[in-house]
Design a protein around this ligand. Sequence first.
Ligand SMILES: O=P(O)(O)OC[C@H]1O[C@H](OP(=O)(O)OP(=O)(O)O)[C@H](O)[C@@H]1O
Ligand SMILES: O=c1cc[nH]c(=O)[nH]1
Ligand SMILES: [Mg+2]
Length: 211
Amino acid sequence: MRLHVVDHPLVAHKLTTLRNRETDSPTFRRLADELVTLLAYEATRGVRVVEHDISTPVASAKGVKLTQPKPLVVPILRAGLGMLEGMTRLIPTAEVGFLGMIRNEETLEASTYANRLPDDLTGRQVYVLDPMLATGGTLAVAIQYLMERGADDVTAICLLGAPEGVEHVRRTVGEDASVQIVLAGMDPGLNDLGYIVPGLGDAGDRLYGVV
Ligand SMILES: O=P(O)(O)OC[C@H]1O[C@H](OP(=O)(O)OP(=O)(O)O)[C@H](O)[C@@H]1O
Ligand SMILES: O=c1cc[nH]c(=O)[nH]1
Ligand SMILES: [Mg+2]
C-alpha cells in the first residue's frame, strides 16, 4: 500500500480555507471540488492506457487512450458525493458506482446502507472518493469490498487523513496490496470522538448541512 500526501502550495491554500469554521457551505463545496481535481491529477498517474494510433490533419501519430473497461469512480455517500464532479471533470468517461456508508458516532464502526456497484469488478481500476480518513474503518471496509469483487487496483482520494486511519487501512488490506491513498493533508491525530484534529469538522455536515 502506498501513501501520497500532495505537497503543493495551491492545495495547502485551498485546504486552509476549507478548514476554517467561517467558510460557508457554498464556498466549502467549491473548494472541495477544486481540491479533488488537483488531487486527481496526482492520483491518476497510474491510470491504465494503451497505445493508440491516430491521424492529425498533418500526419499519423502515436498516442494513448484509456483502456477498457474504463476506470470506476466510487464516491462514498454522503460526503464523497461532494468530490464526484471534481473527479469526473478529469476523467469524463469514467463509470460511477455508489457506496452509502455511515460511521456510528459512538462505536465509530462503519456500516453500509447503500450499494450501487457492478457485482463483478474483475481487473477494474477503482478510484474511491471520501473527504475524511479518520479511524480508517469506512475506507478499509470499502476497499475490502471492492477487492473481494475483483478490483485489482484501488486508489482512495481523501482531503484529510490521520495516521491511525492510514495504518488501519494498511493493516486491513496488507502491505503488498495494490492500494494507493492520496491525501491533501495529514493531520496529527484524532480526538476522543474520532474526529480528525485540527481537521475540518464533519465533512458531510459542512457540505450538505446537519441532518
Ligand atoms: O475513517 P472513519 O473513522 O470511518 O470516518 C470517516 C467517515 O466519516 C464520514 O462519514 P459519515 O459517517 O459522517 O457519513 P456522512 O458522509 O453521511 O456524513 C466521512 O465522510 C467518512 O466516510
Ligand atoms: O473529522 C472527521 C471524522 C470523521 N468524519 C468527518 O466528517 N470528520
Ligand atoms: Mg458525516
